[in-house]
Design a protein around this ligand. Sequence first.
Ligand code: SAM
Ligand code: SF4
Length: 364
Amino acid sequence: MQNSINNILEKEFFTHSDIVKLLSTNENKCEILFRKATEIKSKYVDNKVYFRGLIEFSNKCIKNCYYCGIRAGNKTLKRYVLSDDEVLECAKYAFNNGFASIVIQSGEQQNKDFEQKISYLLENIMKISNGKLSVTLSLGEQFENTYKIWKEKGATRYLLRIETSNRELYSKLHPANKLHNYDNRLNCLKLLRKLDYQVGTGVMIGLPFQTIDHLADDLEFFRDMDIDMVGMGPYIEHKDTPLNQYRDQILSKKERFLLSLKMIAILRIMMKDINIAATTAMQTLDKQGREKALKAGANVVMPNITPIQYRTDYLLYENKPCLNKENNECQKCLEAGILIANDTIAYNEPGDSLHFQKRKNKIN
Ligand code: SAM
Ligand code: SF4
């Protein structure tokens, strides 16, 4: 097995069956895979980690994804929307602390008021930072014109996870209606690319009904779509969701975590110059999850800078960490972890995807 892993890792291009074999690597052989990923990471994207301050803008959502704790059907939540001032205070915190970049994430809303509110916020974030704070939006599926307006107002990156690249599995995770349509989600990714965003996507790992073949397909999907950034992590149960009924049938937390690390490492080797996030879900399953993800090839972390009083209402899944930690506490804890991973924090650097920059240079 060790030999066959080494042979695969020497290849320029991984086939589907290569990826399946790598994903099936035994725990005691994973070090070879992680070492290769670290090597590629230092060679192609340096050992720098970029901070993105995560602002959980609102838990109001029109959708009903079967896995998500803030789905419209969950009536146990208090719904909130941050005020303009609250968002701008978060942005200032990020800017003043050298984060250079924020992510505005939210439950999905598709209406003019929402579009205008985000436009207003973008305009003001650009004003307070002299255009220096990079903004990633993660606001779900929108019309082309809305994406276009937000780009004009200063957003440069968009994160829209495909969740799974397998249509059949997608249909098991979402209600069968127009709001939850695989083709529409795929089309949104294509629109974002056309509009010149740095495009990010991702999947959940260890979902009910998901196989190793599906995950290999997901990695091939990122490569085929020539994606600039990926945020992926383990699926985690939430008791007030329909998928919770399968909680006894899924992989253990330890297995889901290890599988997620392998996904990150293989992706780093396949797509050398993209940005890969060490997600909060990794930290949820393992206290040092983000640090381990950095060692497996990730180069972005997203500390939560949402005002503390809202965090318990943005519970996508159970046991989400850092719900009552002050921002500076989180920062100190991350700084320590990053040192352990032998990386350095790229304060005040926007950390645009190198992959994006290279593909732009090719075009121009
Ligand atoms: N509403 C937007 C969307 O769906 O693209 C952005 C916010 S949504 C909460 C962000 C991500 O949370 C989703 O893309 C999904 O992958 C992740 N998520 C939701 N429920 C999850 C769960 N139970 N376990 C792990 N990740 C989850
Ligand atoms: Fe809404 Fe996003 Fe959760 Fe789906 S994953 S229910 S769109 S917040």
